[in-house]
Write a protein that binds this ligand. Structure first.
Ligand SMILES: [Zn+2]
Length: 104
């Protein structure tokens, strides 16, 4: 959920709501052992941001939002965010082969 990227489900992080307090808070469930409804998230802060912005957690968990995702965010930051492949390779600032540069 969250973003529309599809990945293998085994690498997704399960997130559940801890309803012992009020208001309920989101907690990570890496072992997928906690009872109740769960939401699945790519283990990246970006995916968490998206899910929060789209209010995906209250919808997936059938709870009135907003839900505090601080514990989940902390968990993601601790395990290290995977490198985003999209903007990793930038070819510096030098424009290569400007045609006008051949003039003398
Ligand atoms: Zn995602």
């Amino acid at each position: 959920m969250g973003c529309r990227r599809r990945g293998d489900r085994s690498r997704l992080l399960r997130v559940v709501a801890d309803r012992s307090g009020a208001p309920a808070v989101l907690v990570p469930d890496p072992g997928a052992r906690l009872p109740g409804r769960g939401a699945w998230l790519h283990p990246s802060p970006a995916c968490l941001d998206l899910a929060e912005r789209r209010r995906a957690f209250p919808r997936a968990l059938r709870l009135p939002g907003p839900l505090d995702a601080g514990a989940v965010r902390e968990h993601l930051q601790q395990r290290g965010a995977p490198v985003q492949p999209s903007t990793s390779t930038e070819s510096g600032s030098s424009p290569d082969g400007h045609p006008m540069s051949l003039q003398r």
